[in-house]
Design a protein around this ligand. Sequence first.
Ligand code: ZN
Length: 227
Amino acid sequence: MTDSWKTENIDELVTYIAELVVQELRGVPQAPQGDFSIPVEVSNRHCHLTKETFEMLYGKGKELTLLRELSQKGEFAAQETVTLVGPNMRSIEGVRILGPFRKFDQVELSFTDGFYLGMELPLRLSGDVAGSAPITIVGPKGSVMLKEGAIRAMRHLHASPEEARKLGLRDGDRIAIEIAGPIGVIFQNVVVRVSPNGRLAFHIDTDEANAAGIKRQGIGKIVRYKH
Ligand SMILES: [Zn+2]
């Protein structure tokens, strides 16, 4: 033991004790609990299609087949997938279609997907596709070249009106959500989306999830409000 107290070891010892104290003060990182805990869901690349586009890809009269329901009421992952082709002729296969059909086509990709496909993806809220990136979609019965529709989805928090009221949030608010953990991050500019079919869930894409060390699901905490 006496060796530990030699002058050359004192710095090391001080650092060690300081680390122990910091660990003690911080406690073991754990998911925040209580009313302000927010379920985090990771959105993998996917697309929303019109019935017309879907029929061009899968054939007239074909319907979407339910694979699993999603957290947002009425939304579901379909068994059907598509292949996306970028302007550099690279492709991504097995891209899930989410139902039900929508009034516009929208392909949601991560920036990493965009690099791979050779595309500049605009950062948009779901539904805001005017002037977004063109992309080619391939199905078993045909292909469609969309003039616009490919976006990187802006991170957002879904909530029902009741949940929003409890959390003191309003539709369109921008808040910050912290993800704890060894590579924890604080996501700024999370857009609050309140709707009757909404269920409390913070949606991030796979790039964001990787940055925060989240696989499919996690827990976050609201750390800043801004109306
Ligand atoms: Zn969402």
